[in-house]
Design a protein around this ligand. Structure first.
Ligand code: SF4
Ligand code: SF4
Ligand code: SF4
Ligand code: FES
Length: 568
């Protein structure tokens, strides 16, 4: 069909909305509550447009196109209405811009600037609203909420349904469900869907800034696999662009004493997990399936909703906890630094890692292994606040002793990546145990069946003659459907966020399915490029560290963890 926007003809397909076609052709229509992956609720009315022949203005995000429509996106009527709607939204949103991590890319602030709105004519009607904090990971600040409902849908899509809309009109509020059988798993998907940072991570950037100013501390940064393909988005770099070496430079400019790559830790995780998988396979009494446990939101889910499955979880710690262990033990020893003087800052795509870092069992010499956790968004905020433009920075390498990990580590942030990494090493371990002379035995490198954005993926793989059935749950909402047939598998990966960590609750906004796909492609490209080291056990410095841990009988302190039921 042919339609007209601002007097210019465009063709459009049936089912497309005005906003879809406007975006396709670079025509600016502001929006707030619209999220491409969520239901259209058209609550903010920022995207209103004028349609010839219609008395009322229409919301572009919810109005499907009809042949011959004539649309005006910036007429005097549209501007007047938009202006009023922005003021109404500011009346709902108590501005806390100076400490808000969305400040440098806030659509609402941008609209206020564009429409010259300085002081709202309406009183801040939500000033007395509560802030609900979920452990130390996520919060919903009612004073900033504009009632779009996106967070409630995001949590529902996770299958958790921990959030509800209570009250009506001016009394409306987002609240946690207080029911006994309900718990937040700290995945942060609500924060990913919030247009105004009312649902967001509990920020730690102030603590990190304070640590960087403390001259008595050695402040060490380590960054997770997936942030290298997402942080660049905040600075105008293409989706999926690998900016790892720019991140090293940026972190040095911020004043960190040492910079390490969590990919090194991911190789430790793979080694630990693959060894455990082989040990279970060789033990007739072992519990199956073994499941991954590197996603703290999945661990929180299992501990609360399925404590009967805790023996299934691998005891391998997660990558940033593993690399923090290497920093506070091996690295500290080599450098002659007292680990008590080291502050480790993990930079991750994840809100639930804030909760994980505070778990009492993940300490070393009486202190947490990871002292602070920043999300990708928090790092972008600190860099922008310090006027560091990541896109323009030169590249540099991580600090020596540890390296930037194998290709297997690089794919940890994609759903299926943890499984594929463990299988690459497990195949080699199985062939070595069998002492086979057949060189083809350990040759399998890629497990493409477990890749991609489908909700559940599965494969049967050959570990030196033993057929092993594996499955990957992509997004926690897909776990319950697997339960009745769980016993049929040997090994299951569960990542709570859709797409895995590349779609994590601390990633840049927006995070949509289309963007997840680009980040995923970026990760697999890094793996392909690591031609000489695509398996964790080929990472020589990691193997040396791993052996050191075992020789010093530190495995229980640095490699393994435990879990406990929380719904008692
Ligand atoms: S963090 Fe996850 S589980 Fe908790 S409220 Fe948000 S979406 Fe729901
Ligand atoms: S917290 Fe954010 S996503 Fe949830 S209703 Fe409020 S504004 Fe919308
Ligand atoms: S999938 Fe990744 S980002 Fe999401 S909660 Fe789990 S570990 Fe965190
Ligand atoms: S973006 Fe269309 S109504 Fe909010």
């Amino acid at each position: 069909m042919i339609i007209k926007i601002n007097n210019k003809k465009y063709s459009a397909a049936k089912g497309q909305t005005i906003l879809d076609v406007a975006r396709e052709h670079g025509i600016k229509i502001p929006s707030l509550c619209h999220h491409p992956d969520l239901d259209v609720r058209a609550s903010c009315r920022i995207c209103v447009v004028e349609i010839t022949g219609r008395q009322k203005l229409a919301t572009a995000c919810s109005t499907e196109l009809e042949g011959g429509m004539e649309i005006y996106t910036d007429s005097a009527r549209v501007q007047k209405s938009r202006n009023l709607n922005i003021e109404l939204i500011f009346a709902s949103h108590v501005e806390k811009c100076s400490s808000c991590t969305l400040r440098f890319n806030c659509d609402l602030l941008e609209l206020a600037r564009e429409y010259g709105i300085k002081i709202t004519r309406f009183p801040d009607r939500k000033v007395k609203r509560k802030t609900y904090k979920f452990a130390n990971a996520v919060e919903i600040d009612g004073t900033q909420c504009i009632d779009c409902g996106n967070c409630v849908e995001a949590c529902h899509n996770q299958g958790i349904d921990f959030l509800k809309i209570s009250g009506h009109g001016h009394e409306q509020e987002i609240q946690p469900v207080k029911a006994k059988g309900s718990a937040c798993i700290y995945c942060g998907q609500c924060a990913n869907a919030c247009p105004v940072a009312a649902a967001q991570e509990q920020g730690e950037w102030q603590n990190v800034e304070a640590a960087l100013k403390n001259k008595k501390k050695i402040v060490v940064a380590q960054f997770a696999p997936s942030i290298r393909v997402s942080l660049g988005e905040e600075f105008g770099l293409p989706y999926g662009y690998n900016c790892a070496k720019k991140i090293n430079t940026a972190l040095k400019e911020l004043g960190f004493n040492y910079i390490f790559d969590v990919n090194f830790g991911a190789d430790i995780t793979t080694m630990t997990e693959a060894e455990e998988l082989m040990a279970r396979i060789n033990d007739k009494k072992a519990v199956f399936p073994m499941t991954t446990s590197c996603c703290p939101a999945w661990v929180a889910y299992a501990e609360f909703y399925h404590p009967e499955l805790l023996p299934n979880l691998t005891t391998a710690r997660s990558p940033h906890i593993h690399s923090a262990g290497a920093i506070k033990s091996y690295f500290a020893k080599q450098k002659g630094i007292n680990p008590k003087n080291i502050e480790v800052v993990s930079i991750v795509p994840c809100t639930s890692k804030k909760y994980e870092a505070a778990r009492p069992e993940l300490t070393y010499k009486g202190k947490p292994l990871v002292d602070h956790v920043l999300t990708t968004r928090e790092l972008a905020f600190i860099l922008k606040k310090n006027k560091i433009d990541l896109a323009k920075l030169p590249e540099s390498e991580v600090d020596p002793i540890f390296n930037d990990g194998s290709g297997a580590a690089a794919i940890y942030g994609a759903s299926g990546g943890v499984m594929e990494s463990a299988l690459r090493t497990a195949v080699s371990l199985a062939c070595a145990q069998k002492k086979t002379k057949n060189k083809l035995c350990a040759s399998r490198l890629e497990f493409k069946e477990v890749r991609g954005l489908k909700g559940f993926k599965e494969a049967t793989v050959d570990l030196a003659g033993k057929k092993v059935r594996v499955g990957v749950v992509n997004g926690i909402a897909h776990f319950e459907a697997l339960l009745p047939k769980l016993h049929k598998y040997h090994y299951i990966e569960v990542m709570a966020c859709p797409g895995g960590c590349l779609g994590g609750g601390g990633q840049p906004l927006p995070t949509t399915n289309a963007i997840r796909q680009k980040r995923l492609e970026g990760m697999y490209a890094i793996d392909k490029g690591k031609t000489k080291m695509r398996r964790a056990h080929e990472n020589q410095p990691m193997v040396e560290y791993y052996q050191w841990v075992k020789n010093n009988k530190l495995a229980s302190k640095l490699l393994h963890t435990k879990f406990k039921a929380t719904n008692k």
